[in-house]
Design a protein around this ligand. Structure first.
Ligand SMILES: N[C@@H](CCC(=O)N[C@@H](CS)C(=O)NCC(=O)O)C(=O)O
Length: 250
């Protein structure tokens, strides 16, 4: 099944890591789609309109008009990327192979690990360090920040020593996959708090392979490199603004 690409709509916020992973999969393979920005900062993801697309009120989401005329709605970035690999012929087989159950299972293994580890650590830290204090006006408990940072460091260490073991160029074997896109969008956000991470953990020194791999993926997939870069600039400005208002310390 190769749907008419013009039937596809992607709802995203470029400041969102899972949104950028899906966006880069589509943009890099020149798959036409309609882009609708749902700005979290303006609470657009909580609108009645968007709740019809994703009742869980998170970005990204897609809609796809099927050959029978029905509109298929799908959320969760990993599910979306798997669906796109299954329905868009422009995406090379290596991204999520149909015929290689071992490689596909390893990609699934990474994607399941991702949610509770690198994403939970990174998102947990950023959310509690910046966003929640801004919204609530209350400083986050240091214990919560330490736990998120602990998980972020543990996850970076797993990437460094396990997922990128034996000089592997990619997270799963010698070819790029949707695992690399999900991870590079998440780890790429670290750029926006790089100064903090250097101060508290010497990230670049400790996780050399991860940073080399990130640079490789961002160069190979410019749509991801460019959107990571723009998003980080935007986030840095946002963080600065928040720092001036409230300054929680780890
Ligand atoms: N597991 C989801 C995570 C989606 C998610 O957490 N999106 C965030 C932006 S990065 C969001 O929409 N947050 C809005 C909110 O929680 O209110 C996925 O992979 O798509």
């Amino acid at each position: 099944m190769d749907q008419s690409a013009a039937n596809l709509t992607l709802y995203l916020d470029f400041g969102s890591q899972p949104s950028r992973a899906v966006y880069s999969l589509l943009a890099h393979h020149s798959i036409p789609f309609t882009l609708i920005e749902v700005k979290i900062i303006n609470n657009e993801h909580k609108s009645d309109y968007y709740a019809q697309i994703n009742p869980n009120k998170k970005v990204p989401a897609i809609t796809d008009v099927l050959p029978n005329g029905n509109t298929f709605k799908l959320s969760e970035s990993h599910a979306i990327m798997r669906y796109l690999c299954a329905t868009r012929e422009a995406i090379p087989e290596s991204y999520y192979p149909k015929g290689d159950i071992i490689r596909r299972s390893q990609i699934d293994y990474y994607l399941d690990w991702h949610h509770g580890n690198i994403r939970a650590g990174n998102e947990g830290y950023v959310m509690n360090r910046f966003i929640k204090p801004f919204i609530t006006g209350r400083k986050t408990d240091d214990k919560v920040l330490k736990e998120s940072m602990g998980l972020l460091k543990k996850s970076m260490q797993m990437l460094e020593t396990y997922w990128l073991r034996d000089g592997q160029k990619y997270l799963v074997g010698d070819k790029i996959s949707i695992a690399d896109l999900a991870c590079a969008a998440e780890v790429g956000q670290i750029g926006s708090i790089e100064g903090i991470l250097e101060d508290i953990g010497g990230f670049r020194e400790k996780y050399k392979r991860v940073y080399e791999w990130l640079e490789r993926i961002e160069t190979e997939i410019p749509a991801l490199g460019e959107t990571n870069f723009t998003s980080n600039l935007m986030l840095e400005q946002f963080w600065e603004m928040l720092e001036n208002k409230i300054s929680p310390k780890l």
